[in-house]
Design a protein around this ligand. Structure first.
Ligand SMILES: N[C@@H](CCC(=O)N[C@@H](CS)C(=O)NCC(=O)O)C(=O)O
Length: 205
């Protein structure tokens, strides 16, 4: 099986590099650089019409959703990173996977996009700030008595959730103590460090 990961700097692709590095699954990394307007380069449209990243080619089949990639990789190559489907934890696990790309990302994307406007629309900014306080406050509270988001064990949910938490630090550096402790814990992992090295190489390359 041949895996090709199209990687874009400052993107959700870090979910996938981190996971692939964590489980040691061989893959080819194809780096792409954002344009000045922060869009992905047009060359990605040759791989998939959406032209977004990450894109994961699995023997030529193209996946376009980073959390689905996390699920696919774990189901096929790292089942130890997911609770059993008949376990009591499974519902929470699925929920965190979905939450990481929906509830957690929506206000964060709104905040980033509106903040870049020359005259930021105050109503949208206020809405984003309110939602971020609520959603990330909830994540922070959930992490208050846990090492990882599902408990003592690192799972696919962490590979999905870390990305919006890194975005949080781009807009509100250092807020939410339990989230900061969690990110510091993840940063100890050699697979995380490798994923960050890849990010730096692509960014500077
Ligand atoms: N839901 C998709 C979102 C993909 C997405 O929006 N990717 C962003 C980077 S994180 C992108 O390619 N942005 C550049 C562009 O849209 O041109 C996923 O989870 O992979």
């Amino acid at each position: 099986m041949i895996l090709k990961l199209h990687y874009l700097d400052r993107s959700r692709a870090m979910r996938v590099t981190w996971l692939l590095e964590h489980i040691g699954l061989p893959y080819e990394l194809i780096p792409h650089k954002r344009q000045e307007n922060m869009h992905a380069p047009d060359e990605l449209k040759a791989i998939h019409p959406l032209g977004k990243a990450p894109l994961l080619e699995i023997d030529g089949k193209v996946m376009t959703e980073s959390v689905a990639m996390v699920e696919w990789i774990i189901a096929n190559h790292a089942p130890q990173l997911a609770p059993a489907a008949n376990s009591p934890e499974y519902a929470d696990y699925l929920q965190w996977l979905q939450f990481s790309e929906s509830t957690a990302m929506i206000p964060m994307v709104l905040k980033l996009i509106t903040s870049r406007e020359p005259t930021p629309p105050q109503q949208s900014l206020a809405y984003a700030d309110h939602e971020i306080a609520q959603v990330y406050g909830f994540i922070d509270q959930q992490l208050s008595d846990k090492r990882y988001i599902m408990g003592e064990q690192l799972t696919g949910a962490d590979f999905a959730l870390a990305f919006p938490l890194m975005m949080l630090n781009m807009v509100y550096q250092g807020k939410f103590a339990h989230i900061q402790r969690y990110l510091a814990e993840l940063a100890q992992l050699s697979s995380w460090q490798k994923a960050m090295q890849i990010e730096q190489q692509v960014l500077q390359g």
